[in-house]
Design a binder for this molecule. Structure first.
Ligand code: CP
Ligand code: NVA
Length: 314
């Protein structure tokens, strides 16, 4: 399906229609197939992209770097101590400077408002590589991985188990609801997503024919095709470790939980990095390692698709 996303920012999936998300997945699958045959492109030839990282990263940084170079572009990493962003120089001024020199800007950091402000003032496409609130590029990789392992997305049953108010839970709710995937957030009440976002995602689910539920009862969850988890303490919340362990210890993805909520063809996913022994057992992680590392690889193909679609020459 063709979609023209040239010049668009990629801040959250709220801004994209199911057709546009489907287009990005198709493009990623095409780029992935070509790369497997040793074919890369020139779509980003002559383009310079800035990679701003306030927080650390393995997958996202490497995906933007490799994806950009594969398409003939030049990536420039700007780490926490490399630029003045938000300290000695305002976000608005940094955006206007980088926008004069770069053709696209990736931002990973704390406040979601920062990526929105960069997008407002840079004048070039800005891509969200994770904020405290959202992680939209991860969802594209997750959807592509689900398609590869389970086929048609519509009608699949998906459960996110863990910190239901973190960036992954928020973004998964948006992505699954938009794409017709029935979605459950399984989390203790203290870690439920904001009611306002749940209501918005329910409106997406209504459009796509899916159902979105939030529960703290494992017994409410059955026949899941995908069981997804993430760390109990996101970056920047390390001081909450003891509190989270107490809240989430009964929500570990282990064999007992899978037996209760899983289906016969079910898979387990994790955005990584994983803290084995907390949100997932080593045993379950290793059993589903092929899926989990396909998911990690797909970060690169999907991020490449986002750059090619919003900035590429073809
Ligand atoms: N999943 C993910 O975003 O990984 P990184 O933090 O390593 O980029
Ligand atoms: N919720 C995690 C996601 C890491 C990809 C974090 O923000 O640290």
């Amino acid at each position: 399906m063709a979609a023209n996303l040239k010049g668009r920012n990629f801040i959250t999936l709220k801004d994209f229609t199911p057709e546009e998300i489907g287009y990005l997945l198709d493009l990623a699958a095409e780029l992935k197939a070509k790369k497997k045959q040793g074919i890369t492109g020139n779509s980003l030839k002559g383009k310079n992209i800035a990679l701003i990282f306030e927080k650390p990263s393995t997958r996202t940084r490497c995906a933007f770097t490799v994806g950009c170079v594969d398409e003939g572009g030049h990536p420039e990493y700007l780490g926490e101590h490399d630029i003045q962003l938000g300290h000695k120089e305002s976000v608005k001024d940094t955006a206007r400077v980088l926008g004069r020199m770069f053709d696209g800007i990736e931002f990973r950091g704390f406040k979601h408002a920062t990526v929105e402000e960069l997008a407002e003032y840079a004048g070039v496409p800005v891509w969200n590589g994770l904020t405290d609130d959202y992680h939209p590029t991860q969802i594209l990789a997750d959807l592509l991985t689900m398609r590869e392992h389970l086929g048609e997305l519509k009608g699949l049953n998906f459960v996110f188990v863990g910190d239901g108010r973190n960036n992954m839970a928020n973004s998964l709710m948006i992505g699954m609801s938009k794409m017709g995937v029935n979605c459950v957030i399984l989390a203790p009440k203290a870690l439920w997503p904001k009611e306002e976002l749940v209501a918005l995602c329910r409106s997406y689910a209504q459009e796509s024919g899916a159902v979105l539920n939030v529960t703290d009862q494992i017994s409410d969850v059955k026949d899941m095709d995908v069981v997804y988890t993430d760390v109990w303490c996101s970056m920047g919340e390390e001081d909450k470790a003891a509190e989270r362990l107490a809240l989430l210890k009964d929500y570990q993805v282990n064999d007992g939980l899978l037996k209760k909520v899983g289906s016969s063809r079910g898979i387990v996913m994790h955005c990584l990095p994983a803290v084995k022994g907390n949100e997932i057992t080593e045993e379950v992680f290793e059993r589903y390692a092929d899926v989990i590392f396909d998911e990690a690889e797909n970060r690169m193909h999907t991020i490449k698709a986002v750059m090619v679609a919003t900035l590429g020459n073809q």
